[in-house]
Write a protein that binds this ligand. Structure first.
Ligand code: ADP
Ligand code: MG
Length: 478
């Protein structure tokens, strides 16, 4: 086999893949293309400056050993970086730079380091000299700082990309920066952190946080009031635009059009755009292709569910800022029990604090347990047979005593059988125990009831409605 750049790189990838997590591999290495091999110099094309910087900072040793393995100890690495593309440019610009990390990778022939990116200030075309700059409130929540945003594996990439943007708004290759992830994972918080940090470093910059929904509303109002030009003009004054929850643009073509216009203008002027979305760009349905392709110019970074360690760290930090003392076992209990997202975790902590102050009770693991059972959705709380009996009897409008009696009247038998069926499905009680609680029946009766309900559910339309209605009621109330 001929030793092409691709061939060499494929071998390197095989080695790299074995040495890092799949997630890291996909994020940092899959997007790389090997474009040239000349002697022992391999040129790798990386899609952005950010990826290049990250590789140099975190993976240089791995790159070095894999490339040296393939090309020998004289191996050298050159990056071809796809640079920020100005609007209207048809072809992507590339910049070739050798690996800067000469200590780690033996690269004696290289004359470097090269600086990428210019430092010229960004001019605001709307500020006419001598005219006072309009003041625009940033709408930032001062609590949502980087400092308060605990770092974990779940948010490392997004957080550091955000931080980099804040150091050089509009001057990095992650423009736009798109942060995506499920509810309560910190998208809004992170986007504010970036804004706050920028305001701190560059007080003269106009930063604006706005939710996509609010933007849509403003746009609709401007159409109604015949002030669309003002609306667009206003947004063109912004240096750093943070647009939260862009998934809500889905299906709103006119809003997308105007956003497209504003976005292009900003991008052209080297202004920074930060977007958040509750789903990945590929899953943004009802979004115009041209807008989606704009989103791809920068960097998309996702937020994932935090691991246990991170959840504990987040709780500790909240307690610390609020000056509250809580024992480690309670903190750990909370962090163990609530895994879905950070908002729920905070909610549980607040409920617990409220409970303890209301009842003047000490915060113990027991209290935390009770509180979670009572207040926190999304933790699987066991439904009791009592509860099922109550829901079924309410539904058929009959007293519970009848259900527990020996009566063989058809409606009663049916309600009893439904109770048994759901008890089997939704509780951990044995057949015998369910029977005992439903009028002292034996386990065979309960088994028979479960079969009867399944059969009727398939054959009898009206009965199926009962089953479905009851199922809804039972799951809604938990
Ligand atoms: P999203 O916008 O993704 O739905 P938010 O940004 O509103 O989520 O975050 C929900 C809550 O969790 C906020 O109160 C936020 O401060 C908190 N939070 C999220 N991530 C972190 C983190 N890494 N460290 C500390 N608090 C966090
Ligand atoms: Mg949000």
């Amino acid at each position: 086999m001929e030793r092409t750049a691709e061939y060499i790189w494929r071998n390197c990838l095989g080695y790299i893949k074995d040495n890092i997590s799949t997630q890291a591999y996909k994020t940092w290495f899959v997007p790389i293309k090997a474009v040239k091999l000349q002697g022992s110099v391999i040129t790798l094309q990386v899609p952005s400056k950010f990826i290049y910087e990250w590789l140099e900072a975190h993976y240089i040793k791995l790159l070095k050993s894999s490339i040296t393995k393939e090309l020998g100890k004289d191996a050298r690495l050159v990056y071809s970086i796809v640079m920020d593309q100005a609007v209207g440019d048809k072809e992507a610009k590339h910049m070739n730079i050798p690996s800067q990390n000469r200590g780690a990778i033996e690269n004696p022939g290289v004359t470097l380091p090269v600086r990428i990116g210019g430092d010229e200030g960004i001019r605001n075309p709307f500020i006419i000299p001598g005219l006072k700059k309009v003041h625009i409130e940033s709408q930032l929540n001062p609590n949502y700082t980087f400092e308060n945003l605990i770092e974990g594996d779940c948010n490392r990439l997004a957080r550091s990309a955000g931080y980099a943007v804040a150091q050089k708004p509009g001057g990095t290759s992650f423009n736009p920066l798109l942060i995506y992830g499920g509810v309560g994972l910190g998208k809004t918080h992170l986007s504010h952190s970036i804004g706050i940090e920028i305001k701190d470093r560059f007080p003269e910059k106009t930063v604006l946080y706005v939710s996509a929904e609010r933007f849509t509303q403003q746009f609709i109002d401007s159409i109604r009031n015949n002030t669309k030009n003002d609306f667009v003009h206003f947004y063109q004054l912004i240096d750093v635009l943070i647009m939260d929850d862009v998934q809500s643009f889905s299906g709103k073509e006119k809003t997308q059009d105007v956003f497209f216009e504003i976005f292009n203008h900003m991008h052209q002027q080297g202004k920074q755009v930060i977007l958040t979305s509750d789903r990945a760009p590929v899953d943004l349905q009802g979004m115009e292709q041209r807008l989606l392709s704009r989103f791809k110019w920068g960097l998309s970074a996702d937020l994932q569910q935090p691991g246990l360690e991170t959840r504990i760290a987040i709780l500790r930090q909240k307690l610390y800022t609020d000056g509250i003392d809580m024992s480690d076992d309670v903190v750990e209990y909370l962090a163990y029990s609530i895994t879905s997202n950070i908002r729920e975790l905070e909610g549980a902590l607040i409920s617990l604090l409220a409970q303890s102050s209301l009842n003047r009770k000490k915060i113990t693991v027991d209290l935390a347990k009770q509180m979670i059972d009572k207040f926190v959705r999304n933790t699987t709380r066991e439904i009791s047979v009592d509860f099922i009996q109550k829901v079924v009897c309410d539904y058929f409008d009959m007293p519970i005593e009848l259900l527990k009696s020996k009566t063989r009247k058809r409606e009663i038998v049916q309600a009893r059988q439904l109770t048994m069926f759901f008890s089997k499905q939704m509780t951990k009680h044995s057949l015998a125990s369910i029977g005992k609680q439903c009028g002292n029946k034996d386990h065979a009766t309960v088994l028979h009831a479960c079969r009867t309900v399944s059969n009727l559910n398939e054959t009898d339309k009206r009965f199926r409605t009962y089953v479905e209605d009851l199922k809804k009621k039972l799951t809604l109330n938990t």
